[in-house]
Design a protein around this ligand. Structure first.
Ligand SMILES: Nc1ncnc2c1ncn2[C@@H]1O[C@H](COP(=O)(O)OP(=O)(O)OP(=O)(O)O)[C@@H](O)[C@H]1O
Length: 139
């Protein structure tokens, strides 16, 4: 059975452009419940750890520089089939390919500066929620 939680990150760029409110509103309108929420900033090494699966890819340096460049908002979101439903809500990685009405279509600037992250599997969702939130921050 699909899990009911996913990890979202409002990325640098979207936070700088004052899009925390509009993006959280879209998330709520789509029926996700915010179970944990954090405003923080990644160090470069933490961004590299978070995106370790992409190490060696041509965009890795740019991606991890960007993700550690300014504050982000991390959130644990709950809904049935959370991972897949949230990936539908955020849209394709490249905003030019993202469907009308998706968060990336509405708010992303480019493929790297694409406003938001969503976990890509239940297994990664658990791992990513643990990366950002301690046990006492989740109830
Ligand atoms: N070809 C690329 N050029 C530039 N940046 C890229 C490219 N592919 C991926 N990225 C960046 O790396 C992130 C992680 O890539 P991934 O393939 O996991 O995409 P995603 O699952 O759509 O995004 P995320 O994991 O952030 O939700 C993307 O969100 C994007 O910011």
């Amino acid at each position: 059975m699909a899990g009911n939680k996913t990890l979202a990150i409002i990325k640098p760029g979207a936070v700088e452009r004052n899009l925390i409110g509009p993006i959280l509103a879209k998330i709520n309108e789509a029926g996700f419940v915010i179970k944990a929420l954090k405003y923080t900033k990644l160090k470069k090494e933490q961004a590299c750890e978070f995106y370790a699966v992409h190490e060696g890819k041509p965009f890795f340096e740019d991606l991890t520089d960007f993700m550690s460049s300014s504050p982000i908002v991390a959130a644990i979101l709950e809904k049935e089939n959370a991972v897949n439903n949230f990936r539908k809500l955020i849209g394709a990685t490249d905003p030019l390919e993202a469907e009308e009405g998706t968060i990336r279509r509405l708010f992303a600037e480019s493929k790297t500066h694409n406003a938001i992250h969503g976990s890509d599997s239940d297994e990664n969702a658990i791992h990513e929620c643990d990366f950002f939130f301690s046990r006492v921050e989740r109830f």
